[in-house]
Design a protein around this ligand. Structure first.
Ligand SMILES: NC(=O)c1ccc[n+]([C@@H]2O[C@H](COP(=O)([O-])OP(=O)(O)OC[C@H]3O[C@@H](n4cnc5c(N)ncnc54)[C@H](OP(=O)(O)O)[C@@H]3O)[C@@H](O)[C@H]2O)c1
Length: 450
């Protein structure tokens, strides 16, 4: 540069260091600059924004030096929010999980939480100014209507409901009676229906029901509990069909609460490879579920390897869950590109691999559908950058079920070189080159790319 513009001098300057050593200087620069932005005398740098899930395009765009100004990767704002001037309902708010949920809502900025349970004790370690404890049996329609009339009249609008009221009455099927069967049903099923009715006029952000892994995976001695929870799972769908928010979460055991306090359940779970979820992980999962607006999710800390052995051959659902992917791929054995090349006639091989490389390379470099890379042009000149080189090599590794060198396109700069290398050195296949009809080749390519 000095030769072209000897009048310009360049000096290294580290603004980060200035910020560390004399932050007041940065502050004073900002004070001078901000009014200039306000008056449109200065404008921010131009930028091109990409969503986080499209980060590959952002890097590619930058690597190809297509950008002016900044390349911005934006993280989608969480759609789920807790409002400070709203009321949040937690049924079972005095239970083990209810207390954790209450603390979490307060941390998220809630200032009015109504905790409903039949015996509404006050918990002194929680911020009492923000919590209203109400004694009410959620399964009683009349009491719930009365309570919600009071809430609607005296408190800010209800924006969220967490239905965590629940009871257990475990027994074997032989010992089952209607009375026992009804015990978990009452708070869960009637509670959910009453909440649904009482919040019809509310504009809710969420209506979360605490279901259990019992309705997803089954649980010995808990047929009544599994049934009650299965209702919640279906009820979430029912609310969605009606255009309302609705979420049911099949929780595995938490570190605290009803599951770990019953030693038999605890033992059954441990034997099956299920461990308790920590409150932090459970709350983090809850936030993801709310953020993604899932209607039905399971949050279970499970060792599928142990679990599968304990239920082997019993449930097709579990087999599908555990083997889903593996089965699919073994049911339809997929031929690799190398298999297909090996099975092809020697004279067709070179054209086949070249066309495959051409299609793959063109796609990676972002060519239009009707454009094709020149097989004799160095890939770097054809628009490849280092990221694309890695992507290209990874795709070939997968297609050939091999491990090609990271320096592939530097050692073999054109598609023709790559094709020769694959056929001669990697697969060691004979490939006499004779002219084939375009249709023959295209048929082969289509089958390769399927
Ligand atoms: N803890 C776990 O590991 C776990 C795992 C999976 C699912 N879940 C589900 O998560 C929820 C909370 O569990 P937890 O461990 O916190 O249970 P918990 O400690 O036993 O608390 C249950 C809460 O529900 C209330 N409740 C029960 N029946 C009620 C009724 N008819 N009306 C109003 N309130 C009622 C209880 O208060 P009163 O007795 O005063 O009414 C209590 O506040 C339950 O629905 C449970 O099925 C928990």
């Amino acid at each position: 540069m000095a030769q072209i513009r000897p009048d310009i001098h360049y000096y290294p300057f580290d603004i980060g260091m200035v910020g560390n050593e004399s932050p007041e200087m940065i502050q004073s620069i900002f004070h001078q600059m901000m009014p200039e932005f306000d008056q449109d005398n200065l404008a921010p740098l131009p930028y091109q924004s990409f969503q986080l899930d499209n980060i590959v395009s952002a890097f590619r765009y930058m690597a190809q030096a297509q950008h002016f100004g900044k390349v911005v990767v934006s993280i989608q704002e969480s759609s789920f929010q807790i409002h400070s001037h709203a009321t949040y309902i937690i049924t079972g708010g005095t239970g083990a999980l209810g207390q954790i949920l209450t603390k979490w809502l307060i941390q998220k900025g809630a200032s009015c939480i109504v905790c409903i349970s039949r015996h509404a004790d006050t918990y002194n370690d929680l911020d009492q100014n923000k919590i209203v404890y109400k004694s009410c049996d959620v399964s009683c329609e009349k009491s719930m209507k009365h309570l919600f009339d009071e809430i609607h009249q005296s408190l800010p609008p209800v924006k969220g409901v967490i239905h965590a009221a629940g009871t257990l009455d475990d027994c074997s099927m032989i010992e089952q009676t209607w009375e026992r069967f009804e015990t978990p049903m009452k708070p869960k099923i009637w509670g959910a229906i009453n909440l649904h009715q009482c919040t019809q006029k509310c504009s809710l952000d969420f209506f979360v029901m605490f279901s259990s892994s019992a309705s997803l995976l089954g649980s010995a001695g808990q047929s009544n509990y599994a049934f009650a929870n299965a209702f919640l799972d279906g009820f979430a769908q029912h609310r969605r069909f009606k255009g309302l928010c609705g979420t049911s979460i099949n929780w595995g055991p938490w570190e605290s609460g009803m599951a770990v306090s019953v030693s038999q359940i605890n033992r059954n779970m441990t034997d099956k490879g299920i461990s308790p979820v920590s409150a932090d992980n459970a709350i983090a999962s809850l936030e993801i579920i709310l953020d993604k607006d899932f209607s039905l999710s399971g949050v279970i800390d499970i060792d599928w390897h142990i679990y599968e052995k304990t239920v082997e051959g019993q449930f097709e659902f579990i087999q599908t869950l555990y083997h889903g992917r593996k089965k699919k791929s073994s049911q339809v054995p997929q031929q690799t590109l190398s298999d297909q090349l090996m099975q092809a006639q020697a004279e067709k091989r070179e054209q086949m691999i070249l066309s495959y490389l051409q299609k793959t390379g063109s796609k990676i470099a972002g060519y239009e559908d009707n454009q094709h890379m020149d097989v004799n042009k160095p890939l770097i000149d054809a628009g490849f950058d280092s990221l694309m080189a890695v992507e290209f090599r990874n795709i070939l590794n997968q297609a050939l079920n091999t491990s090609l060198p990271a320096t592939l396109i530097f050692d073999y700069p054109t598609l023709q070189h790559v094709a020769d290398y694959i056929l001669d050195d990697v697969l060691k296949l004979q490939h006499d080159n004779i002219d084939l009809s375009e249709k023959d080749v295209m048929d082969e390519i289509e089958s390769l790319l399927k």
